[in-house]
Design a protein around this ligand. Structure first.
Ligand code: SF4
Length: 496
């Protein structure tokens, strides 16, 4: 049975079924705790505490703005639910107590990163021991392992993948005991058993979604501190790096719509305009998507519109295996001043055999030459301590960085992200570090290989962080602003 997502929700259809099989025939639930036709104002308002479990690494703020979570919050705000948000990178009883007392939540939505499971477990255990509040989980961890997530204390349901409208529906109906609801993409467990409904169709028209909520993340302070606004222009990615969850998600949604989806230029520019009006001190636009420059037709159209309408410089991701001179030139003309490039390793074996990046040394060299000629600065991301790392490959990476001379280098100890292909290689070899996610939280290598021990990797990382300009602790634009910390024109002067 299909009913429309209802007032205030995007066009994604949501299927509701009664749990009891006999009720599935001829019974169609109205949307979101109200009958079809009723306005959002008439729906029951729910007080929801959002707990965002994210790692506190490399000085990134917690809570941390995340576009898909922001979109979910925006959908809930539109329907006038009362939201509060607490970001947690570690177990913090005082913060949880204060958030519970302040928000008096009727429901907890836990957004759990796959590398914050221990923190989530301890926190939810504490909540269950002191309050009786139903918990629904979403985000990366429930997506890769919904059954395990359902075993966390108090978790009644988990949202898999990109639930958007269906999750709003579920959250609004969870307080209604009369409804044994089953909503696409939301696994739920109760005394009657476990429901594992299939995923809903993807939202293909991203322009139909509301702009993400930001105030709950303290975004005004973020803009004041960094000068940047972060924009997601797409969902999904066409590449298949083995250290990333993307292709696993794409496979999950294989028959449920187009995986790589992009917003139209007008929609993105409208959001930028609104953010500039709302937040003081916006100096840079940061496009978050790895896929930003991977569709030449969309990119060309977008850059034309951006250059015509937005005077702000911007930064974006560039995949060096899909760059060419023309694309780099177009980016520069439209105002791109910085690109983030994942080089990962100088080792061709690690990049291409282990991580399946399809990125040659020649492509890296050529991309840096084009960027240098176009006056676009570079921030490169490096993982050290990847599977099959060796003393020789560590030195090769150092030599490559010396040769390329990136403007800044983000050097990270490799951590095997749960649920991705590269992690399976580590698991099969018995290399997963015994301390698990604690290693990531302590900025230490996540695997332990006899041929290249974590201590050696850590020492090498320390050395490289001293040798190359890093992004640690300071916003990137401030590092380059020795001439002036206020004049944007000087921040982005061209490389001589
Ligand atoms: S390009 Fe980025 S998002 Fe795409 S698969 Fe690779 S790491 Fe993942």
């Amino acid at each position: 049975m299909v009913c429309h997502a209802g007032p205030g929700l995007p066009h994604a259809d949501v299927i509701h079924r009664a749990r009891t099989p006999s009720l599935q025939v001829g019974l169609q639930f109205g949307p979101v705790g109200c009958n079809s036709g009723r306005k959002p104002l008439e729906c029951k308002v729910v007080r929801i505490l959002i707990l965002q479990f994210v790692p506190d690494v490399r000085g990134r703020p917690v809570p941390r703005f995340e576009p898909q979570l922001g979109t979910l919050l925006s959908l809930l705000v539109q329907r006038e639910h009362e939201l509060s948000l607490l970001g947690l990178a570690g177990f913090d009883v005082a913060a949880v107590k204060a958030a519970l007392a302040r928000g008096l939540p009727q429901l907890i939505y836990a957004d759990i990163s796959p590398v914050c499971v221990d923190v989530a477990r301890r926190t939810l255990q504490y909540v269950q021991e002191h309050e009786f509040i139903p918990v629904v989980a979403g985000g990366g961890y429930p997506t890769i392992d919904p059954a395990a997530c359902l075993s966390l204390p108090g978790v009644q349901a988990v949202a898999v993948g990109e639930p958007d409208a269906s999750l709003v529906t579920y959250l609004e109906r969870i307080k209604d005991p009369a409804v044994g609801q089953v909503v696409l993409g939301v696994w739920a467990r109760d005394e009657r058993g476990l429901d594992r409904p299939e995923l809903p169709q993807l939202v293909e028209d991203l322009d139909s979604l509301p702009f993400p909520e930001r105030d709950l993340f303290g975004y005004g302070e973020y803009v004041r501190r960094t000068g940047e606004i972060e924009i997601a222009s797409a969902r999904g990615c066409p590449q298949k790096c083995a250290y990333c969850m993307n292709d696993r998600l794409a496979a999950m949604y294989a028959d449920r719509g187009t995986w790589v989806r992009r917003r139209c230029a007008e929609n993105v520019l409208e959001e930028i305009d609104l953010l500039r009006q709302k937040y003081e001190g916006v100096r840079i636009v940061r496009f978050l998507d790895h896929a930003f420059a991977l569709d030449p037709a969309w990119l060309g159209e977008f850059l034309d519109a951006y250059a015509a309408r937005c005077s702000l410089p911007f930064r974006c991701h560039l995949r060096a295996n899909a760059a060419d001179e023309q694309t780099v030139g177009r980016l520069a003309e439209a105002g791109c001043k910085l690109v983030d490039i994942e080089l990962i390793s100088a080792s061709d074996f690690i990049r291409n055999e282990i991580f399946e990046m399809e990125l040659s040394g020649e492509q890296i060299i050529a991309t840096f030459a084009w960027l240098g000629a176009a006056g676009i600065r570079t921030r490169v991301i490096i993982y050290l301590g990847a599977p099959y790392e060796s003393e020789a490959s560590l030195e090769d990476t150092r030599s490559l960085l010396r040769e390329l001379k990136p403007d800044t280098v983000d050097i990270r100890p490799y951590y095997p992200w749960p649920g991705v292909r590269a992690t399976e290689i580590c698991r099969e070899n018995g290399w997963l570090h015994a301390r698990g996610e604690e290693q990531l939280h302590r900025d230490l290598p996540g695997i332990d290989m006899p041929a290249c021990r974590p201590e050696k990797i850590t020492a090498f990382i320390k050395r490289l962080r001293q040798e190359f300009p890093s992004t640690l602790s300071e916003p990137w634009w401030r590092r380059w602003s020795s001439a002036s910390r206020t004049a944007i024109g000087q921040l982005f002067h061209k490389r001589r």
